[in-house]
Each structure stands twice: as C-alpha cells, then as structure tokens.
Design a protein around this ligand. Structure first.
Ligand SMILES: NC(=O)c1ccc[n+]([C@@H]2O[C@H](COP(=O)([O-])OP(=O)(O)OC[C@H]3O[C@@H](n4cnc5c(N)ncnc54)[C@H](OP(=O)(O)O)[C@@H]3O)[C@@H](O)[C@H]2O)c1
Length: 301
C-alpha cells in the first residue's frame, strides 16, 4: 500500500512520517515545499509547492497513493488573516486540486483540520457539531473540510487541538517549545487564562492517524488530548515537570491584548468516537511531558 504524507517538514508530518516508515508493509512517500529536513528514514521524498497545480499533478501521477494524509497548510492564524489570498490558495484550492487528481485512484483522503473551525462558545465539541469559524484560518479549514467530505472519495476529516512536541531542527515553535525556551532564558511570559483547550501530544495524534490509515473507517474523527485546561494552566504544568521557574509565568486574558486573528474562547474536542472505533488512547498530560522532558534532557535541541 502506498501512503503519501503532505506537510512532511511540519511538526505533525515529521512525527507521522517516522511512525509510518517504521511499518514495513507500507511504501511511504512524503512531500513538503522545502528541502527535506530529515533524510535517514525509509521513504521517498518530493519537494512540491501545493499552490502550484502542476506540482500537485506530477506528484499524484508519480505516487498514485492508496492513502493520502494531508497535513500541509498555512497554520499560523495571524498569517492567514493578513495573507488571505495565499491562505486560500494553500488551505483551500490545493485541497480542491488534490481531490480532483485523486479521483482515478479512489484514494482514502485523511484531512488534518482544527478546533478553530468552531466559534468557541460551547467547548468540548463532538464530530457532529457545526463549524462556525471566527477567523480566516478557521474559515479556510472549514471550507476544505467540505471539499473533502463532498469529494466522493473515502475520507476522514480529523480535527485536533494545540499540538505540542519537541523535535530537532524545528521549523517553528509550538506552545511547549515557546514556554521552555522563554523560561530557560529567564524571560517572563504572559499566557492566556480564559481560553480552554485539550492540548494534543504529537505522538498521540500520529498514532491516531496511523490507526485511521490502517482501519480506514469513513467520516469525522476528533484526535486530541484528554485534559481540558487553559494555556496558562498548561504552562504551569510544563514549568513543574521541566523544573523551570513558574514565577516567570503570569496569566493574561483575551480582552487585555490585541491579536490580528480572533481566537475562540472554549474549544476542546471530545474523543469518545476515536476511543471506541479506533482504540485511540491519548497519553495523560503529565506522562507526555515527562517523556518529552527526558528526551529533551538527553538531546538538548
Ligand atoms: N499545530 C497545531 O497546533 C494544530 C492544531 C490544529 C490543527 N492543526 C493542523 O494540523 C496540520 C499540521 O500542522 P503542523 O503543526 O504540523 O503545521 P506546520 O508545522 O506549520 O507545518 C505545515 C507544513 O505545511 C507545509 N506547507 C505550507 N505551505 C505549503 C505549500 N504551499 N506547499 C507545500 N507544503 C506547504 C510546510 O512545508 P515547508 O516547511 O517545507 O514549507 C510545513 O511542512 C495542519 O493542517 C494544521 O491546520 C495543527
């Protein structure tokens, strides 16, 4: 079976690639825009700009995947707000083109989406809740969800939340690395305490995606962590486990700062469906932070 992973230089793509490549019965193909950052695994890598239709066409004709995991996107909320045309081309039009090119191969399309498709009024969303995005990033992701659902291809729309992890040579920070690097440099940080999330350990998400690629049930799935807390509470937990100075962390509230793209107040995703159908079992938050701390101390990235 041939599996193609997009966004292979990103946080999710890199961890997924490592896990998938360890499964010998699958032939793994990976793509991202730039040169590949890690090259010692057992898979084929293509550089492709997914805003370029001819790059997509050549990629799909070359790979003819049985399964596509589409994780590539412009993921920064403020960049999407300010560069709307580029966000539409990357997050929506590329999905449209992929769906069209994949029709002859009946590819199972696994689409990575986000809690930010919701407005944040309710919190702890299920797979059947109706999206109502309040920023442009969420809008593009909700549009792409509809394209995938209506594609006629077997599909999964996978929503996840505030993904954290540590890798060597990361292209950008995530909440965990941002907290660690600031506290290690003894810089005070203000962290929002009135937005609620179910932060997701990237290893758990990759395990869930791997289960989906193997079992291929059709439909929407939430893959997230099991604890519901604010980024401020998360930061305190990180300080405790990484033995960093928590007095450098202070709470802030959404009305106290101005961001380009509005963030939803209460998201968080219920994961019962993934637990029942896939056997998805996220690692408890403290346990995941202990694993990451031990790895970080051993590798010092
Ligand atoms: N991280 C989170 O907290 C979070 C939360 C909810 C949902 N998600 C979703 O999960 C997915 C993966 O997130 P992530 O954190 O791994 O993102 P990320 O680290 O920002 O990586 C995004 C990847 O997309 C690739 N990409 C961007 N524009 C491209 C283009 N025009 N052509 C080809 N590739 C392009 C980038 O490639 P290069 O690096 O080579 O440019 C990068 O590898 C995304 O779809 C995101 O919406 C993430």
């Amino acid at each position: 079976m041939r599996i193609l992973i997009t966004g292979a230089n990103g946080l999710v793509g890199r961890v997924l690639l490592e896990k998938m490549a360890a499964t010998s019965q699958w032939e793994i193909f990976a793509t991202s825009r730039g040169e590949h950052r890690v090259s010692h695994f057992n898979y084929h890598y293509f550089s492709a700009d997914l805003t370029n239709e001819s790059d997509i066409d050549s990629l799909i004709r070359a790979v003819q995947p049985h399964v596509l995991v589409h994780s590539a996107a412009i993921t920064q909320v403020d960049v999407c707000e300010l560069q709307r045309e580029q966000a539409l081309r990357t997050n929506v039009e590329a999905v449209h083109r992929l769906v069209r090119m994949l029709q002859p191969y009946r590819t199972h399309f696994i689409y990575l989406s986000t809690d930010f498709v919701f407005d944040g009024q309710k919190g702890m969303y299920t797979e059947t809740d109706i999206p109502n995005p309040i920023n442009f990033y969420g809008f593009t992701k909700a549009e792409a969800e509809k394209i995938v659902e209506n594609s006629g291809l077997p599909f999964n729309v996978v929503r996840t939340v505030l993904v954290y992890g540590i890798l060597p040579n990361m292209s950008r920070q995530n909440i965990l690395t941002w907290i660690i690097h600031n506290l290690e440099a003894r810089k005070p940080i203000r962290v929002v305490n009135d937005q609620w999330r179910t932060p997701t350990y990237v290893e758990d998400l990759a395990n869930g995606l791997k289960l989906l690629a193997r079992l291929r049930p059709v439909g929407y799935f939430n893959l997230a962590g099991s604890e519901y807390l604010t980024p401020y509470q998360f930061a305190l937990r990180v300080a405790e486990i990484f033995d960093l100075d928590s007095s450098l962390i202070s709470p802030t509230y959404a009305h106290e700062f101005k961001e380009t793209g509005t963030r939803p107040f209460k998201t968080g995703l219920k994961i019962n469906k993934a637990q029942e159908i896939l056997g998805y079992q996220p690692t408890p938050l403290n346990e995941s932070l202990i694993c990451l701390r031990d790895w970080y101390r051993a590798h010092r990235v």
